[in-house]
Design a protein around this ligand. Structure first.
Ligand code: NAD
Length: 418
């Protein structure tokens, strides 16, 4: 899949959505281009004294609906193309969640596991200094993504505040509670995905306890999501992460696996449970489960893997796990895909709630936060579903149609430059 270009993938779906809506190229052409792209070099003095220069990126795809918003990823495969696609998906997602944001994303090409904590902190702070003129509470607001966490968000808030000379927690979301974070944010993406699956079940006349599930990725999204689904009665029979895939046909004790992973560097390596074995990672995608929950990275379900999939529904927690080709294949096979831009919107909706609290200085209870999140997840699903039924299209195409309409309407109302 060397020639896979996630931005091209995104554009194809966007063009299809515009065609279905009967939009002319003039009306939506601006959405096909990111508004602003920044590449930065990040020289870091490593612990042993030598200097290493890393590459960092920040792409603001759209600000039509409000401040740019989207996470920051630390990954060796991060590059301009990946970040560009992730930024565009954020614009789509924020429009579906109907929150007042455009879309952005950031990344640093690095394997953070190879850095000491001091190196990681220096890298994060250097990145903030480089992108500082482009971010801000009402400008562009980062958040966590793959391999970044609440601690890193705290460093970002701290460094930015040192630059501006005032404590500015709203410049970044996903912070620890003591540093302006919000109760509920850490679980928001996984919780939101659980609400999405519940809504799908209701529409199908199924109960959560009737479902079996395999999850790829056991980080923030996969672990919280599968834990909450497990608590709702879903039988989780496989959990995969970068180190291997745990399989137990009788159902994994997700509570135990969750605690284990969180106390073992977020890995299930060495985990033991009666009836459980480790299987090769590629086998996980082929298991005969009801739900295949994708919660690792993009480009996992493609021409080389799609034919093995036996699930009835694919729940996308990760951004972009399914290529366009695999999407078409699943549609032809009657396998439903609950797409990233609708299903994992809980993360950014939760970030929006944190940002609102930072701006007002009034902090909510976790119950209030979760109730609002549930409401938003349901509304997002129903808005997409209404278009899906009206136009007889997939969830993904319906989601893009809804988002495109909202982005174009916002920009038209504000007026065009040029
Ligand atoms: P994370 O770093 O916490 O976890 C990533 C997980 O994927 C880890 O368990 C890792 O071992 C696993 N993984 C990586 N490569 C793999 C591979 N090749 N095979 C199997 N497992 C693999 O990241 P996260 O925050 O949970 O994000 C996961 C996905 O969800 C990403 O696509 C991210 O963009 C998306 N997402 C995250 C959030 C959020 O709030 N964190 C919100 C929306 C979407």
């Amino acid at each position: 899949m060397a020639d896979y270009n996630p931005y091209e993938n995104m554009l194809h779906v966007l063009d299809k959505a515009a065609e279905k809506l009967g939009m002319t190229k003039n009306e939506y052409e601006f959405v096909r281009y990111p508004e602003r792209e920044l590449t930065v070099s990040l020289p870091i003095v490593m612990d042993d004294g030598h200097v290493e220069v890393f590459s960092g990126y920040r792409v603001q795809h759209s600000t039509a609906r409000g401040a740019a918003k989207g996470g920051i990823r630390f990954h060796p495969a991060s590059d301009e193309n990946e970040v560009r696609a992730l930024a565009a998906w954020m614009s789509i997602k924020n429009a579906i969640g109907n929150i007042p944001y455009g879309g952005a994303k950031g990344g640093i090409k690095v394997d953070p596991k190879k850095l000491s904590e001091r190196e990681l902190q220096r890298l994060t702070r250097t990145y903030v200094r480089r992108i500082a003129p482009f971010i801000g509470t009402d400008k562009d607001v980062p958040a966590p993504d793959v391999n970044t966490n609440a601690q890193i968000m705290a460093w970002i808030a701290d460094e930015y505040s040192a630059i501006t000379g005032e404590w500015t927690p709203g410049v970044v979301t996903g912070k620890p509670i003591v540093a302006g974070g919000s109760l509920g944010r850490n679980e928001a993406t996984g919780r939101g995905l659980t609400y999405t699956l519940e809504t799908w079940c209701e529409k199908k006349g199924l109960a959560m306890k009737d479902l079996t599930l395999a999850v790829q990725g056991f980080g923030n999204v996969g672990s919280v999501g599968s834990l909450l689904m497990h608590r709702a009665g879903v039988k989780v029979i496989a959990i995969g992460d970068i180190d291997g895939s745990l399989y137990n046909p009788n159902g994994i004790d997700v509570e135990k696996a969750y605690v284990y992973a969180n106390s073992h560097g977020r890995s299930l390596k060495g985990y033991e449970e009666e009836g459980a074995t480790f299987i090769p990672n590629e086998e996980l995608l082929k298991l005969p489960v009801d739900v295949l929950f994708m919660a690792a990275l993009e480009n996992q379900l493609h021409a080389g893997t799609m034919e093995g999939v036996k699930a009835k529904v694919i729940l996308e927690g990760a951004n972009g796990p399914t290529t366009e080709e695999a999407d078409d294949y699943f549609e032809a096979k009657g396998i439903e895909v609950l797409p990233d831009v609708m299903s994992n919107v809980g993360g950014v909706v939760g970030s929006y709630y944190e940002w609102v609290q930072n701006k007002t200085g009034l902090y909510w209870t976790e119950e209030e936060y979760n109730a609002r999140l549930k409401d938003n997840m349901r509304r997002s699903y129903e808005d997409v579903d209404a278009i899906r039924q009206q136009y007889h299209v997939t969830y993904r195409l319906a989601a893009y149609m809804l988002a495109l309409k909202r982005i174009v309407e916002a920009q038209n109302t504000r007026g065009f430059l040029g």
